[in-house]
Design a protein around this ligand. Structure first.
Ligand code: PLP
Length: 462
């Protein structure tokens, strides 16, 4: 068995270049850098690489390690479940205890947040798979309702819904569409509700109305009878932490109801406390028909995602007598579900979501307003709960970018990493999404490190 601590890092980095293809990466850069940074262990909010550098994890892994690293109880639950029953499928009119219990637990949480319509849960392993499930389920639903012409999905530019063929097509990232000839037919993208980027200087209410109107205009242009669903992240995460203006989601919901269109909330990032509420739709006050969840569901300890579906959709499937011919080997994986249940226990027991809403979220917002917003390179510093972004601009008071855009973010990010903070660059913004267990002192470190990295970058950017 390989040792947990004494890895041969230079050898691993060579093997990484020789054999390992990391996700969403340039393999030329991987080679040029002599391999990936090998992260070997982590505790709380800190990850450590094989060369002994410790980094404050400002991204909770990839927006997912909500309860922080090093939770023995999650490891113990996984161990016990593996001994008892490591695997069984849900294809043969069979199920195992953990996914059934988790489905009921999620239905209870959703009932509190939503009013009881979202009572049925389909399990998958990733956010992408959950959105593929949404894609097939929605089209199946309309077909069974005798409205098979309702097949078009509306999404937003710069949305992220995953990396499989259907989920990347639902996403609105042009650079992802280029590879693989996406999007697949029947998916339309409309403007995103991005106040700093697309509504700069505009009254927020007027901007919310304009962004929602773009959806209605597209629906009318295509024909409302052809539209199956609208899908959106309550806050767009990978697009750059795009926080919509007040009123936007109510308007979107009203449009969906007006034309009988299903409303899908992609809560893969927002769910399980990120915004200081269990779900993003709760924060924004709308009621989706379908919800995709992943990441914080297990805090990333094991891969699991869940697609919550309304009573009406399941009633239609039941009335039809048809099978839903969709599912994965690992749908309802017992070990992943057991870990997710224990993760929900931690979120509840430690009141991590209440703490985000009342304490750490406002503390982060205040620190950003005080120490990042005034920086000469910062156009906007925004956050909601424990997710945030810092927009880097060439001229304060404007949203004009350095050298046409996209160059400043990676420079500042690299300075952050050199100073011991892991954050992500998305074009010319730095985004953050730390574990929900982050302390005030660590929030200070996060914010002060970004401020110092902006100072470091000043020369390169001037
Ligand atoms: N949806 C959203 C909102 C996401 O942020 C992500 C991943 O970041 C996904 C879906 C895809 O999830 P996964 O990477 O688990 O497939």
């Amino acid at each position: 068995m390989s040792s947990l601590r004494n890895h041969d890092i230079p050898a691993l980095r060579q093997l990484d270049v020789a054999h390992h293809l990391p996700a969403q990466s340039s393999y030329a850069l991987q080679q040029e850098l002599g391999g990936s940074r090998i992260i070997t262990h982590a505790k709380g909010c800190t990850v450590t690489d094989g060369e002994g550098h410790s980094l404050l994890d400002g991204m909770a892994g990839l927006w997912c390690v909500n309860v922080g690293y090093g939770r023995d109880e999650l490891a113990e639950v996984a161990y016990r479940q593996m001994l008892e029953l490591p695997y069984y499928n849900t294809f043969f009119r069979t199920a195992t205890p953990p996914p059934v219990e988790l489905a009921a637990r999620l239905a209870g949480l959703l009932a509190k947040a939503h009013g009881g319509e979202l009572q049925h849960i389909f399990f998958n392993s990733s956010g992408s798979e959950s959105n593929d499930t949404v894609f097939r389920l929605v089209r199946t639903y309309w077909m069974l309702k005798g409205q098979g012409d309702r097949s078009v999905f509306i999404s937003r530019h710069n949305a992220y819904h995953g990396s499989t063929v259907a989920s990347a097509s639902l996403g609105g990232m042009d650079f992802m569409h280029v590879q693989g000839g996406l999007p697949i037919p029947g998916i339309e993208h409309v403007m995103q509700p991005y106040p700093f980027g697309e509504g700069f200087g505009e009254d927020p209410e007027a901007f919310a109305a304009r962004a929602a109107q773009a959806i209605e205009d597209r629906i009318l242009a295509i024909g409302p009878e052809k539209i199956a669903a609208f899908i959106g992240e309550p806050v767009q995460g990978a697009g750059g932490v795009i926080i919509p203006p007040p009123g936007y989601w109510q308007k979107v919901e009203a449009i969906c109801r007006k034309y009988g269109i299903l409303l899908v909330a992609d809560e893969v990032i927002c769910g399980f406390g990120r915004l200081g509420s269990w779900f993003g739709f709760q924060h924004f006050g709308f009621t989706p028909d379908i919800v995709s969840m992943a990441k914080g569901l297990s805090s990333g300890y094991l891969p699991i995602s869940a697609t919550a579906v309304s009573r009406e959709i399941v009633a239609t499937l039941r009335a039809s007598g048809e099978e839903f011919v969709h599912g994965y080997t690992y749908s309802g994986h017992p070990v992943c579900a057991a870990v997710a249940l224990a993760n929900l226990d931690i979120l509840e027991r430690e009141d991590l979501i209440g703490r985000t809403a009342r304490d750490t979220g406002p503390y982060l917002a205040a620190a950003m307003a005080e120490r990042l917003a005034p920086h000469p390179l910062v156009g906007e510093a925004r956050s909601l709960g424990l997710i945030g972004a810092v927009e880097i601009v060439a001229e304060k008071g404007t949203n004009r970018r350095h050298g046409g855009g996209g160059k400043a973010g990676p420079i500042v990010r690299d300075h952050c990493i050199a100073r011991g903070l892991m954050v992500r660059a998305i074009r010319d913004s730095i985004v953050m999404s730390p574990p929900l267990v982050i302390t005030h002192a660590q929030i200070d470190q996060l914010v002060d490190t970004i401020a110092a990295a902006l100072d470091d970058a000043g020369e390169a950017l001037s």
